[in-house]
Design a binder for this molecule. Structure first.
Ligand SMILES: [Zn+2]
Length: 98
C-alpha cells in the first residue's frame, strides 16, 4: 500500500478506492485506516521527511461540518452536529516538499 502512494505522488485516493485496490471489504476499513497510519510514518522515514501523507477530512453532506482532528486517519460514523450519516469518505494524498 505504501508503494501505491510513493509511485503516485499528488494523486488523491479515497478510502473506498484504496479498499477496492487492495481487494478489501468495507468491513475491513478500520484495519486499512490503521495501516494508513503506519504507512504515513514509514513514508516520512523512507523519504527523509521529503514527502508526507495528507488526509482530506470527511465532511457532513447535510450540514457541512468538517471533521477535524487530523493526527490520525479515521472515519466517523455520524455527524456530531446534526447526527447525519451522510459523511464523505476521507481521502489520502502523498505530498512532496520540494
Ligand atoms: Zn452534519
Amino acid at each position: 500500500m505504501i508503494e501505491v502512494f510513493l509511485s503516485n505522488p499528488g494523486v488523491e485516493f479515497t478510502l473506498r478506492q484504496l479498499l477496492s485496490m487492495l481487494s478489501l471489504r468495507d468491513s475491513e476499513a478500520k484495519r486499512l485506516l490503521n495501516d494508513i497510519n503506519h504507512a504515513a510514518k514509514t513514508i516520512r522515514r523512507r523519504t527523509n521527511n521529503k514527502a508526507y501523507l495528507a488526509m482530506r477530512p470527511p465532511i457532513c453532506r447535510d450540514c457541512g461540518y468538517v471533521f477535524k482532528e487530523l493526527d490520525s486517519a479515521w472515519r466517523p460514523g455520524k455527524c456530531p452536529r446534526c447526527k447525519s450519516e451522510r459523511i464523505t469518505q476521507p481521502s489520502f494524498i502523498l505530498i512532496r516538499r520540494d
